[in-house]
Design a protein around this ligand. Structure first.
Ligand SMILES: Cc1ncc(C[n+]2csc(CCOP(=O)(O)OP(=O)(O)O)c2C)c(N)n1
Length: 193
């Protein structure tokens, strides 16, 4: 079992101008805790939307690398997005599934990955051929580097711990949207946010 916080730090340290979309749950919290970037978007409220939003950004900005971060519980709520990503297959899209086998932030109820479901196998079956479990931190870093080379779509699964989050992004949806649009260079009419 890997340290979620350590993986996030390793991941963020490799970023340049990539857009990163965090999902509801610890992926958002860890992404923010690793240091806010103007290219980060933190999804609030609805589970399973980090990958579809990341897909949209990847298609809108094909010159930019785009990464979606999602928890197992959230991805299980929206598995269909994997089939769409497998079909559209943007080279600039990387997906990272942080699998703690539970819906942690609502009380650690076990998810299907605790017993029967392998999300990397699901992703392969959905047409994302470059889908792999990270065996350890070094393997995770290797897979992230492949994803950042824009030879995607790439999906990385990481079986991670359930450490408590250390920070949370601000919960102001308008501010989060406007900041991200500034980070993407698509909104210039607002001042510093
Ligand atoms: C559609 C929907 N159903 C339920 C919830 C309540 N909810 C919020 S976060 C969460 C658990 C998220 O689990 P996971 O994505 O695995 O992330 P983790 O908490 O394990 O980091 C649940 C059930 C919600 N926000 N949206």
């Amino acid at each position: 079992m890997l340290s979620r916080a350590e993986l996030m730090r390793c991941f963020v340290a490799k970023l340049k101008d990539e857009a990163v979309v965090g999902g509801i749950g610890n992926t958002n919290f860890d992404l923010f805790a690793a240091g806010h970037r103007k290219e980060n978007f933190y999804m609030l409220g609805s589970m399973g939307l980090a990958f579809p939003i990341a897909l949209g950004v990847a298609l809108a900005q094909p010159q930019r690398g785009v990464v979606g971060l999602e928890g197992d519980g959230s991805l299980l709520m929206n598995l269909g997005c994997l089939a769409t990503i497998g079909m559209v297959a943007p080279k600039n899209l990387m997906l990272i599934v942080m699998d703690n086998q539970a819906y942690q932030i609502t009380g650690r109820q076990p998810s299907a990955t605790a017993t029967s479901c392998d999300l990397v196998e699901v992703a392969r079956g959905a047409g994302i051929r470059r889908s792999d479990w990270a065996r350890d931190v070094a393997d995770f870093e290797r897979l992230v580097e492949i994803g950042l080379r824009r030879e995607g779509p790439v999906l990385i699964g990481a079986r991670i711990d359930a450490a408590p989050a250390t920070a949370e992004p601000p919960r102001d949806p308008q501010q989060l949207r406007d900041r991200f649009m500034q980070g993407m260079g698509t909104r210039k009419d607002v001042g510093a946010l």
